[in-house]
Design a protein around this ligand. Structure first.
Ligand SMILES: [Zn+2]
Ligand SMILES: [Zn+2]
Length: 352
C-alpha cells in the first residue's frame, strides 16, 4: 500500500516529502487515515541519530490520531469512521509475562516501536517501521486505541506519548488526594504531569528553575511553585513530598530533589535517559526513599488514560503546524520554545 509522508535520510538531513510502502492489511489490522501527529523530543533524537541505531530513511511520529478507513475480518473493536489513536508501540511478542499483564512496553522479547523498529509479524523480517508523519498507517487491533469523541483530536495526539508517560507512574504509585506531589520540569511531559496529578486530586507543586514557568504551571493546575534555584526554599520544602515526577529531559544532579521526599517517598525519572550524577546513599538509607523510573504505558493503561482525560476534559496545550514547517518546529523544540507540544496537521501533506 502506497503511503506519503516526511522522512530524512541521514542524521544531518532535513525532513522532506517521501513516498513509501505500508504493509497490506491483514485480518487483525486496522487501516487509519492520520489526521494529526505530535512532535515528541524522541522523534528529534531519533531523526538525528543521537541515541544511535536509526535506520534511514526515517519517518518519525508516535503521537497519532486519525480515523479508521478499513478493518480486517478478525477485527472486533473498531469500524470505519472511528476516531482512534496510536502511540509508541505497534506490536510486542504478546506471550511473555509483561505482555500477558498488558505491560507491552516492558515486553521481555522486545516490543515493536511505531518507528525505526523491525516489523516482526509473520516471521519475515523486512523493512523497519515508519511513524506517523504520514497520511496513513496500518496497525494491529491490539495496539489501536479509542479516542474520546468529546476531546479535540489535535490536542489529544500528544496524550499518546506525553500523556501516558506521566499518567502511568502517577497511577502505579497511587497518587491521589491528601498527597503532596512535585512535578519537576515544565515541558511537554511536565505540563501533562501537572494537569493529570491535579485531576487525580493531589496537591501539586511545580518544581522549576524559572519563576515564569512557575506562573504558567499555576494556570495549568499547580497549587504551588518551588523554585529549585532558591536554596532557602528548597531547605524549607525538605522532607515534605510524597511523590516526585521528574521530567527533566537530560542527565542531572538528582540529590537536591531526593532531599525533598518524605520518609518512604518516591521519585520517578521519566525524561532523562542519560547518566544521572552520582547519588549519595544517605537520602535513601536514612528515609527509606526510592528512586525509580517508568516507561510510557501498556495498551490497557493507555486506554484508561484516554478515558480519564475524556472524563476530565484534559488535553495537551499545543501549537499546530503545517508539515512544511516541521524542521523549524524541531529547532524550536530543542530550544524549549513551545507551549507545550507541536502537533502537525496532516491534512497539510496535500499541499506538499
Ligand atoms: Zn514520545
Ligand atoms: Zn512480550
Amino acid at each position: 500500500m502506497k503511503a506519503y509522508g516526511y522522512a530524512n535520510h541521514s542524521p544531518t538531513d532535513k525532513l522532506a516529502p517521501f513516498t513509501f510502502e505500508r504493509r497490506e492489511p491483514r485480518s487483525e489490522d486496522v487501516a487509519i487515515d492520520i489526521m494529526y501527529c505530535g512532535i515528541c523530543h524522541s522523534d528529534i533524537h531519533s531523526a538525528r541519530n543521537e541515541w544511535g541505531g536509526t535506520h534511514y530513511p526515517f519517518v518519525p511520529g508516535h503521537e497519532i490520531v486519525g480515523r479508521v478507513t478499513a478493518v480486517g475480518d478478525k477485527v472486533t473493536k473498531f469500524k470505519p469512521g472511528d476516531l482512534v489513536g496510536v502511540g509508541c508501540l505497534v506490536d510486542s511478542c504478546r506471550h511473555c509475562q509483561s505482555c500477558k499483564e498488558g505491560l507491552e512496553q516492558y515486553c521481555e522479547n522486545g516490543w515493536t516501536a511505531t518507528y525505526n523498529s523491525e516489523d516482526k509479524i509473520g516471521g519475515t523480517p523486512h523493512t523497519h517501521t515508519f511513524g506517523g508523519y504520514s497520511d496513513k498507517i496500518m496497525v494491529s487491533e491490539r495496539f489501536v486505541l479509542c479516542i474520546p469523541e468529546n476531546l479535540d483530536p489535535a490536542a489529544t495526539a500528544p496524550l499518546l506519548c506525553a500523556g501516558i508517560t506521566t499518567y502511568s507512574p502517577l497511577r502505579h504509585w497511587k497518587v491521589g488526594p491528601g498527597q503532596k506531589v512535585g512535578i519537576v520540569g515544565l515541558g511537554g511531559l511536565g505540563h501533562m504531569g501537572v494537569k493529570l496529578a491535579h485531576a487525580m486530586g493531589a496537591h501539586v507543586v511545580m518544581i522549576t528553575t524559572s519563576p515564569e514557568k512557575g506562573h504558567d504551571a499555576k494556570k495549568l493546575g499547580a497549587d504551588e511553585v518551588l523554585i529549585s534555584r532558591d536554596a532557602e526554599a528548597m531547605v524549607v520544602a525538605a522532607n515534605s513530598f510524597d511523590f516526585l515526577l521528574n521530567t527533566i529531559p537530560v542527565g542531572h544532579d538528582v540529590n537536591p530533589y531526593m532531599d525533598l521526599l518524605k520518609r518512604d517517598g518516591t521519585m520517578v525519572i521519566v525524561g532523562a535517559v542519560e547518566a544521572l550524577t552520582k547519588v549519595s546513599g544517605v537520602p535513601f538509607i536514612f528515609k527509606r526513599r526510592t528512586l525509580a523510573g517508568s516507561l510510557i504505558g501498556g495498551l490497557p493503561e493507555t486506554q484508561e488514560m484516554l478515558d480519564f482525560c475524556g472524563e476530565h476534559n484534559i488535553t495537551c496545550d499545543i501549537e499546530m503546524i503545517d508539515i512544511k514547517d516541521v524542521n523549524i518546529a524541531y529547532d524550536r523544540t530543542v530550544k524549549g520554545d513551545v507551549k507545550y507540544r507541536f502537533v502537525i496537521d496532516m491534512a497539510t501533506l496535500m499541499n506538499t
